[in-house]
Write a protein that binds this ligand. Structure first.
Ligand SMILES: Nc1ncnc2c1ncn2[C@@H]1O[C@H](COP(=O)(O)OS(=O)(=O)O)[C@@H](OP(=O)(O)O)[C@H]1O
Ligand SMILES: Nc1ncnc2c1ncn2[C@@H]1O[C@H](COP(=O)(O)OP(=O)(O)O)[C@@H](O)[C@H]1O
Length: 280
């Protein structure tokens, strides 16, 4: 609380800022800068005016793009009837320019224990260090929330992949480098995700690690439980895994001879760089 009885909105900024004065405090030394504040208000108003003009320009751009088209066209998608796509003047390309990168989906598939999450984290960290924005959608994590209603039956795995594919597509549209790491054992499900995006924007990464290596690692003890019959329908044991036939990137790990997660992530970075995704 301060003298006027208002809580400061932010540490170091007095409530008078909210009342129109610019009275800042830099920790120990409070000072009043009303004259400077007036200039700031004027500058802010001019900026708002410019922004308004920009927005009007973008809305006009959108209106021109739609000129002559039927604006009231309604669609039916699945069980959603009478829906209409709403366009916005700020597009993917505008966000990409802001982020200085191109939105895409890196889809990492492989057996449990093949190193999907480890490579995803190494990749995300390397991108972060380079100043590129990424976000990981990890199967295990997404099943803690959005997909908590899904089991490991084939049709639920398909729905799991479809939902993550749709979310990944939104992230890519936002301009992110979206890293999805799921077992995603069925070719058809992965192909459907690929078809949601412009072809080059879906980069399939296959963790080509033999079952024996994954089973030896068994960090969560799941293979042991599956072998003991305590988990039914475990991928690689009594449930299928269909390896990709045309993945953009294959990260191999033969018995006893495995590149480090950083080397693997670096391969993905090389690919993204060569394909122009790490710049707008
Ligand atoms: N039956 C069965 N089969 C395979 N995996 C199982 C199963 N039950 C639980 N788990 C744990 O769930 C993680 C895989 O979830 P995903 O969403 O990636 O699977 S899928 O893509 O829907 O097949 C998987 O995590 P990862 O080891 O990271 O792959 C397992 O920890
Ligand atoms: N390149 C690698 N070399 C050696 N061990 C690895 C490598 N990548 C991952 N691991 C180890 O393998 C285990 C499984 O990795 P994880 O990323 O959890 O796999 P997944 O997400 O596919 O289930 C972990 O104990 C991890 O430390």
């Amino acid at each position: 609380m301060n003298a006027s009885g208002l809580k400061p909105a932010l540490p170091g900024i007095s409530s008078s800022k909210r009342l129109g004065f610019f009275s800042f405090s830099d920790g120990n030394k409070p000072f009043d800068s009303k004259p400077r504040g007036v200039c700031l208000i004027k500058a802010a108003m001019e900026e708002t005016q410019t922004l308004k003009q920009d927005v009007n320009g973008m809305v006009d751009k959108l209106a021109n793009r739609h000129a002559g088209k039927n604006h009231n066209q309604l669609s039916t998608i699945g069980n959603s009837t009478n829906i209409k796509w709403h366009e916005c003047p700020v597009e993917k390309i505008d966000r990409e320019k802001l982020l200085k990168q191109k939105g895409c989906v890196i889809w990492i598939t492989g057996l449990s224990g093949s190193g999907k999450s480890t490579v995803a984290c190494a990749l995300s960290h390397m991108l972060y260090q380079r100043g590129n924005l990424s976000y990981i959608l990890d199967g295990d994590n997404v099943r803690h929330g959005l997909n908590r209603d899904l089991s490991f039956k084939a049709e639920d795995r398909a729905e799991n992949i479809r939902r993550v594919g749709e979310v990944a597509k939104l992230f890519a549209d936002a301009g992110f480098i979206c890293i999805a790491c799921l077992i995603s054992p069925y070719r058809r499900d992965r192909a459907e995700c690929r078809s949601m995006l412009p072809n080059r924007d879906f980069v399939e990464v296959f963790m080509d690690v033999p079952l024996q290596v994954c089973e030896n690692r068994d960090p969560k003890g799941l293979y042991k439980l599956a072998r003991a019959g305590k988990i039914k329908g475990f991928t690689g044991i009594d449930d299928p895994y269909e390896p990709p036939l045309d993945a953009e990137i294959v990260l191999q790990c033969n018995t006893g001879d495995c590149s480090t997660p950083c080397d693997m992530a670096e391969k993905v970075i090389y690919y993204l760089e060569a394909e122009g995704y790490l710049q707008a």
